[in-house]
Design a protein around this ligand. Sequence first.
Ligand code: MIC
Ligand code: MG
Length: 294
Amino acid sequence: MSQSNSAGRRFRDALAVEKPLQILGTVNAYAAMMATQVGYKAIYLSGAGVANYSYGLPDLGMTSLDDVLTDVRRITSQVDTPLLVDIDTGWGGAFNISRTIKEMIRAGAAAVHIEDQVAQKRCGHRPNKEIVTQAEMVDRIKAAADAKTDPDFVLMARTDALQQEGLQGVIDRACACVEAGADAIFAEAMTDITMYRKVVDAVGVPVLANITEFGTTPYYTVDELGEQGIGMVLYPLSATRAMQKAALEVMQAIRKEGTQVNVLDSMQKRSELYEFLNYHSFENKLDQLFKSEK
Ligand SMILES: C[C@](O)(C(=O)O)[C@H](CC(=O)O)C(=O)O
Ligand SMILES: [Mg+2]
């Protein structure tokens, strides 16, 4: 049964209005609120982001379904902006993947991407990645597609095959995933812009380009990617990386100088924080509710 205003529906609507759709990584609920107010029509919860910044772990398949769900719920309870979630390899076999999809929908996710790396996965932009067979990946997709309790929920298949199998491997796997029920394709770690056009033409569903920093994909612009027929452009950790750098500089400055006066400019002001949080409406409510007791 289609749910008229489900998160999945909202993601599909965003895809229809913005071409290509910019998807911004939001590491927590507050970042999701800022991105929404800045105007992003879709946001992202990065697997690396959950591992690195919520748990202090490397992005090597060490986080669990529950770890990621906790961060999903924090975000979806504060914003309606459709959220794409990185579920790595889906956390197990067919029944685990099925549970993952159902729980993601219940937690308010709009879309997920599941990849064809082995369980002990790596960042898509690292060397020496290992992938499962195409048949095993197709089984993952079948299990995930079958588990959708909302037909509008977007199931995205990510393939990390470029390194081991070249572009033809990427295309073969992507087509097999679409055949098995994937609604979209994530062509990971492409090294040349013309590769995208070949994937787009072969699969016939929206294709995502991951423009992460310090990786193996050049910084193609939205316009350049749009010309290749790309449907979604992902910035998984851009704002988050900037947050960490600013935080480190402040930590070092206070430690060294014994004062924060020289780094105030790199901080968000209290008034700005309150603006994004809609703080004053909460305080007004408090005043209104408890006025008579004063
Ligand atoms: C998109 C990604 O899967 C993520 O977890 O955010 C990472 C991003 C990164 O490590 O830069 C990936 O590309 O594997
Ligand atoms: Mg990831």
